[in-house]
Design a protein around this ligand. Structure first.
Ligand SMILES: [Fe+2]
Length: 198
């Protein structure tokens, strides 16, 4: 029986928003990068939802968080990070804004790409990018929406590095690590961790 064009369109628009369907356009199941990306993204999604459940008074968008958290690191394969199976050309720090470009090109609503772009560090300010000569477009990349903040924060509690993947990371450890990189990162994260009672 012929499938109607309408049904095909509906099926495709549903698939278009399925995180694994999107991930598998860029990653091959069974490879190291796929396995690390999907496992990490699932853990970050769970943590994001756990945080969101404590913030129902702020009406977080659970459905959006589920998908955006799964996609937040989609840009990693374009970077040079051998230990996680990524053999791209550019520094790892670029994976956020490159992930945004990928999702925008896939035709996803812009909010998804913004979660990618704004999750690295505790967000990165334009001033930080300029003063440290970071290889990033010169614009503010700091989480603004509640959902962006939640995914950014949740991401810090799990490491993709296989040596540390099973270790429980505490809020204090994250703040200390961020302080080492940049004091403003640590300050921003601390404020959100307090707001989210972490
Ligand atoms: Fe991540």
């Amino acid at each position: 029986m012929a499938i109607s064009t309408r049904l095909l369109k509906e099926f495709y628009s549903h698939k278009k928003m399925d995180p694994l369907f999107i991930i598998e356009k860029f990653y091959t199941p069974g490879t190291k990068s796929y396995q690390i990306l999907v496992e990490h993204s699932q853990i970050v999604t769970e943590k994001s939802l756990e945080i969101a459940k404590t913030l129902t008074h702020l009406t977080p968008d659970f459905n959006f968080i589920k998908k955006a958290a799964m996609l937040h690191d989609i840009g990693i394969y374009l970077t040079r990070a051998d230990s996680i199976g990524c053999n791209g050309e550019v520094p790892y720090i670029c994976h956020g804004y490159l992930g945004r470009m990928l999702l925008d090109e896939q035709g996803l609503p812009p909010e998804y790409g913004l979660v990618c772009e704004r999750h690295t560090g505790a967000g990165i300010t334009k001033e930080n990018i300029i003063s440290n000569g970071l290889p990033l477009p010169q614009r503010d990349m700091v989480p603004i929406s509640l959902e962006e903040k939640i995914v950014c924060v949740a991401d810090k509690y799990h490491s993709k590095n296989q040596k540390n993947a099973d270790k429980k990371i505490t809020t204090i450890q994250i703040i200390k690590e961020l302080e080492r990189i940049n004091k403003d990162h640590a300050k921003r994260f601390s404020v959100w961790a307090q707001e989210f009672k972490l």
